[in-house]
Structures are given as structure tokens and as C-alpha cells.
Write a protein that binds this ligand. Structure first.
Ligand code: DGL
Length: 277
């Protein structure tokens, strides 16, 4: 198919994540681009990606992306920070010339827009922090930026359990973040560099206080996707019956229950197709 044809324009955008967290990105895409059809795959059988080695994450991400590519998507959105940090160039190479958008560059852009003094804290999974991808993306936009990072692995488990507030959550958040904020009291912006962290936003905000602006990459990623589609003449036709397909690699009921928290809308189990990679 050629960019600009009707067939290509109305095909879906493929979005994948290691689980349900990327549904926050899907939600932002639906708000920004209501006429676009979307196919989402959550690799729930292999979650978490954040504690695995880059080689394994790249392999899982390639397999997940392939399911979407085989369904004829016009663009691939990696809604997982860890997979973006560790596998974006790999996926661009494997699936070229398909456009691939990750969440790290948009998240870095949001941080640089929000921070006044350039002291930025990135909270993410172990894999994302180790990759240094956010620090590089932030410094390429703002060379003098002071970037600190903290791996907060337990946040993923809390969010998956639906524990997003209350004393236990606050105590875990405090344990991870209080020392880092103490180390650099000038931090004025924190990037929630993991799909799961936006649902813990209120608890995090209470612990770090009002002086730190929290940003995540969902809205900025949707903006980048819209710009990229527009510049390539690949937006859906003005009147398009936008479809939403949801797939997971395991645990349909859990995907529907926990996914609803991230999507901000009810998901029925019958909507979720189970696929094998
Ligand atoms: N989706 C992952 C991310 O954004 C978080 C969950 C996981 O570790 O797989 O980094």
C-alpha cells in the first residue's frame, strides 16, 4: 500500500505495551484522534518487561509488534517505556518503512516544556533507568539539564493490583522517592516514565509536594502520532467508522478489570481477544 491512498489512511494504528498500562496512551490517542481505528495488544503473559534484559525485551517487543503488523496497521506505537527505551531502533529497522513512535521522546519533550530550571527527575522501571534513554532524550533538547532517575519497580505491582492510593501506597512511594528528592531539592519536574505510574499520580504528588510538576508521555505521544500521520498524509478519512480492537496474550478477565482503570472506560471480557505470540 502507498501512503496517501484511502485504504492506507483508514487502516488502524497499532499500539502495544507489556500489559494494560499502555491503555493510558490509547486513551490519549482516542481523545486526540477520534476518527482513527486502533488495535491494542497487551503482552500480559510476559509482563513485566521492566526487570528483564534488553535482549529479551527486544525479542518480546518484536513478537508483539509483528502481530499488529500482520493485521495491516499503518503505524506502530510502542506504548511501553521499557520497550521504547530498549527496542525502538530495533523495531524501526525490522519493520521499516512502517512509522514507529515510542513514548520516551514525547515524555522528554513534555518534561522540557514543564521544567523551569532544568532539574528533572525520571521515575521508571529498572530497564528504562539503566538504558539512560530519558536522560539522553532530555539532554538532547536541553543540554544543561540535570537529570536524575529512580527505578521504582514496586509501583508496577501496586498499579496492577489496583492499589493507587492510601497509606501503603504512600509509604512505598515515600520509600522510593523521598531520598532522591532530598538529594536534589531543586528538582521541579518529574517524568512518570512508566505506563503504570500515571494512575499513582495523586499519591506521588502528595509525597513530593506541589513544587514538582508531574508529567507523563501519553498526551505528548498522541500529539506526535497526529503530527506524524498528518505530515505523511496518513490520517483517516474525515468520515471513518473508528474501531477499537483489544488483544492480550493472557488473562482476559484481569485485562478487562485492571485495564478499565487505565483506559478510563469499561472493558467487557468479550471485547478482549487472546492471541499467542
Ligand atoms: N510497560 C512498562 C513500562 O512502561 C511497565 C510494566 C513492565 O515492567 O512491563 O516501562
Amino acid at each position: 500500500m502507498t501512503a496517501g491512498t484511502d485504504a492506507r489512511d483508514s487502516s488502524s494504528i497499532g499500539v502495544f505495551d507489556s500489559g494494560v498500562g499502555g491503555l493510558t496512551v490509547l486513551r490519549a490517542l482516542r481523545e486526540r484522534l477520534p476518527g482513527e481505528s486502533l488495535i491494542y495488544l497487551g503482552d500480559t503473559a510476559r509482563l513485566p518487561y521492566g526487570t528483564k534484559s534488553p535482549r529479551v525485551v527486544a525479542r518480546y517487543a518484536e513478537n508483539a509488534a509483528r502481530v499488529l503488523v500482520e493485521r495491516g496497521v499503518k503505524m506502530l506505537v510502542i506504548a511501553c517505556n521499557t520497550a521504547t527505551a530498549e527496542a525502538l531502533p530495533h523495531l524501526e529497522r525490522v519493520f521499516a518503512p512502517l512509522p514507529v513512535v515510542g513514548v520516551v521522546e514525547p515524555g522528554a519533550e513534555a518534561a522540557c516544556e514543564a521544567s523551569r530550571n532544568g532539574h528533572i527527575l525520571v521515575v521508571a522501571t529498572e530497564g528504562t533507568v539503566k538504558s539512560g534513554a530519558y536522560a539522553r532524550a532530555i539532554r538532547s533538547r536541553r543540554p544543561g539539564a540535570v537529570v536524575r532517575s529512580a527505578a521504582c519497580s514496586l509501583f508496577v505491582a501496586l498499579a496492577e493490583e489496583g492499589w493507587v492510593d492510601g497509606p501503603i501506597v504512600e509509604s512505598v512511594v515515600r520509600r522510593y522517592l523521598a531520598p532522591v528528592v532530598r538529594e536534589d531539592p531543586s528538582v521541579d519536574c518529574m517524568v512518570l516514565g512508566c505506563t503504570h505510574f500515571p494512575v499513582l499520580r495523586d499519591a506521588i504528588a502528595r509525597v513530593v509536594g506541589p513544587g514538582i510538576t508531574l508529567v507523563d508521555s501519553a498526551m505528548t505521544t498522541a500529539r506526535v502520532v497526529a503530527d506524524r500521520l498528518r505530515s505523511r498524509g496518513m490520517l483517516a478519512p474525515p468520515v471513518n467508522a473508528a474501531a477499537l480492537e483489544l488483544m492480550a496474550t493472557d488473562a482476559r478477565a484481569r485485562f478487562a478489570r485492571v485495564g478499565a482503570v487505565f483506559l478510563g472506560a469499561t472493558i467487557s471480557e468479550s471485547q478482549v481477544e487472546i492471541v499467542d505470540l
